[in-house]
Design a protein around this ligand. Sequence first.
Ligand SMILES: Nc1ncnc2c1ncn2[C@@H]1O[C@H](COP(=O)(O)OP(=O)(O)OP(=O)(O)O)[C@@H](O)[C@H]1O
Ligand SMILES: [Mg+2]
Length: 248
Amino acid sequence: MFGHKRRTAAPPETGGNLLIDVRHMSKIYNEGKENEVRALDDVSLAVPWGEFLCILGQSGSGKSTLMNILGCLDIPTYGTYYLNGQAVSDMKPSVLSGIRNREIGFIFQGFNLISDLTALENVELPLIYRGMPRAERRRLSVAALEAVGLGKRMDHRPAEMSGGQQQRVAIARAVAAKPPIIMADEPTGNLDSASGREIMEQLSALNQQGTSIILITHDNHLAQMARRIVTIQDGRIVSDGPGKGGLD
Ligand SMILES: Nc1ncnc2c1ncn2[C@@H]1O[C@H](COP(=O)(O)OP(=O)(O)OP(=O)(O)O)[C@@H](O)[C@H]1O
Ligand SMILES: [Mg+2]
């Protein structure tokens, strides 16, 4: 759907070459019931291609809710979301799952690796879902694991690796097919600060190679790695400004 690498055509609906164009979006869980939660409240956000954006906020502020919608894993209650100029709410579930598969690499706090599979098999799995031929998916998976420094750990299962190594497997899995977008929800949340920093540097390197990155964190220090920081509080955007593009 997105074509490849260079994107110059301006999507007509948005009037610009935007990756993400969210307008007046709210997400209300259990709407109308007594346990109603307004997790996102009138959020508008425009993100160009190639951005390294951090969504920063405290626990419960709505970060994962926002990422789930941006990543087409959930839909807003109100408002519109255009992804690459196309209204996500108009897309069929099969189209959405295709986008998730082809265009977005996800990294989660809990790694979400499959314990029975080796590092290499974990990285290969989404490529199997994409229907990629065996030789190609093996080649891309090996290259991705080597790029995160795990060339010698490819036949290890998750339980045989450290937390930092498991997260690097998760990164390799997210990037193996070279998706144009990476969405990472607290990718360093379970790591010590040195491993966390290493992961952030790998995200930054991917961004410099042209990958658009949406990073979610509650950590103000790590957020500075991004080029732009959007702060969210009680489901609302309360600030939007530049990051330092690196860590002190
Ligand atoms: N499926 C759900 N049903 C009802 N309420 C939910 C659901 N998911 C999240 N919430 C509520 O929505 C609000 C935002 O949750 P969200 O998970 O987006 O926060 P977060 O910023 O990611 O927090 P954390 O940093 O702890 O991961 C919270 O009050 C949460 O309790
Ligand atoms: Mg969260």
